[in-house]
Design a protein around this ligand. Structure first.
Ligand SMILES: [Zn+2]
Length: 434
């Protein structure tokens, strides 16, 4: 009896402590991945895995994903942030090969929402997880602690894979974060990844390569003498590449099944008729309801009789400019929706577990609000109250509102990116990433 009571009391105390911790996390608006107070645990295990992997697993993966890297031009002196350009899911393997020392990766928590994936990822690396749209204070804290223990941290400062083949600006807070981490910096550029498996596509090429190389190794003193803005500029300068320009020079075949498939995740304004959301992909062809049609060749370029743009980047720049113009018109009627997507599933995250709110839902965006509705369901997000609009899993629209993470996914391929771009413009950002 006495023992039972003790066990119960202990369980009660544990539950109380957990409730306090959860409440603190909720109040701070972080996702629950705050490991700033804990030692980057099980490092020995990961060192073992790394040693084992180096001999038995990695050579196989390097061959499988055609990864080729240049030898590091020198030694890394100080614990550093390893910043790499991001264009496909296999980039981490290029980073492991090109920058061999042990490091913790900052990764999107969308990777580990599934239990099996969580277990698998936990075995490979002691990740620092970041939730899209969050302020990321917990990530900074964890990164600082990791550097203090003398362990490198790796991340993609663009905040995601480039959708159009050109390196994005680093997240604005990157430089400030590196200052807080009081660390060195290594920049690692990856090219060819975008053609081997574009982030919007589902298939990968069996030919062609992913090329990685260290662009710069900077000491703690060098980096700490710079301002956050200067650090951001340095990262952007080192990592920047227009993969289409590079490919025009090299013309390496990257043949894939369905080379145009799911381009509608990125491209949504037709260059011929100007309509939004009338573009559809099938196999190697991308066409609009108006008749505009292009084929994607094995080099990743578009071709066709009336082809306006031969690559995704130029088309994307053009379409953003069209949206900038139209936004001025749209703002004149701030309660009229300018984007609509139908037949979606609407969820939110409760303690990192997705909970479905509505099926067969419609998402619309107007200058003043975003709204999701279905039979017997409605949720309106006044635009001023939305903390951020972003994209996850290439097809989901993510809305962060009152510290809550909402996600709209639809089975019909359409561009979630258009909501993110519109939100940027409505906030009046001038220097914007795609
Ligand atoms: Zn058209």
């Amino acid at each position: 009896m006495v023992n039972n009571e003790r066990t119960e009391k202990r369980a009660e105390r544990r539950a109380e402590k957990k409730a306090v911790r959860d409440e603190k996390k909720r109040a701070e608006g972080n996702s629950g991945y705050d490991d700033s107070t804990s030692y980057p645990h099980m490092t020995l295990w990961y060192r073992f895995i790394l040693g084992f992997g180096k001999v038995f697993v990695l050579p196989f993966l390097y061959r499988k994903f055609h990864i080729e890297t240049e030898k590091m031009p020198g030694k890394i002196k100080d614990p550093s942030l390893i910043a790499f350009s991001h264009g496909c899911n296999f980039d981490q393997f290029a980073v492991i090969k090109g920058v061999p020392p042990y490091k913790r990766y900052i990764a999107s928590d969308a990777l580990v929402r599934d239990k099996k994936m969580r277990l698998a990822f936990g075995l490979i690396n002691n990740f620092i997880f970041r939730r899209k749209g969050e302020k990321g204070d917990n990530v900074v804290k964890s990164a600082v602690v990791t550097i203090q223990k003398g362990i490198h941290v790796a991340m993609a400062p663009e905040g995601g894979e480039t959708l159009n083949g050109v390196t994005n600006l680093p997240r604005p807070r990157t430089g400030e974060m590196i200052k807080q981490m009081n660390c060195g910096l290594v920049t690692f550029q990856i090219i060819g990844n975008y053609f081997l498996k574009p982030p919007w596509g589902l298939t990968r090429s069996k030919e062609g390569k992913i090329y990685g190389k260290v662009k710069g190794i900077y000491s703690r003193e060098e980096i700490q003498a710079m301002s956050p803005e200067e650090i951001n500029e340095l990262i952007y300068r080192d990592l920047y590449v227009n993969q289409y320009d590079w490919q025009r020079e090299h013309m390496i075949p990257y043949d894939r099944e369905g080379r145009a498939e799911f381009m509608e995740y990125v491209l949504y304004v037709c260059p011929k008729c100007g309509e939004i959301g009338h573009l559809h992909s099938s196999k190697d062809t991308f066409r609009c309801d108006c008749g505009y049609s292009v084929d994607v060749n094995v080099y990743g370029f578009m071709e066709g009789e009336d082809c306006v743009f031969d690559n995704v980047y130029d088309w994307d720049v053009w379409q953003r400019d069209r949206i900038v113009e139209r936004m001025e018109k749209w703002k004149e009627e701030p309660d009229k929706p300018f984007y609509t997507d139908v037949n979606g599933t609407f969820k939110y995250l409760e303690n990192n577990t997705p909970v479905t709110l509505a099926e067969g839902a419609t998402l619309e965006m107007a200058p003043n609000y975003m709204r999701v509705y279905a039979d017997g369901y409605e949720k309106v997000f006044p635009f001023d109250e939305i903390r951020s609009v972003s994209v996850a899993h290439r097809h989901d629209v993510v809305i962060i509102h009152e510290n809550r993470y909402y996600q709209f996914s639809t089975a019909i391929p359409s561009s979630p990116q258009k909501y993110k771009t519109a939100a940027y413009l409505l906030r009046g950002r001038d220097r914007m990433s795609f």
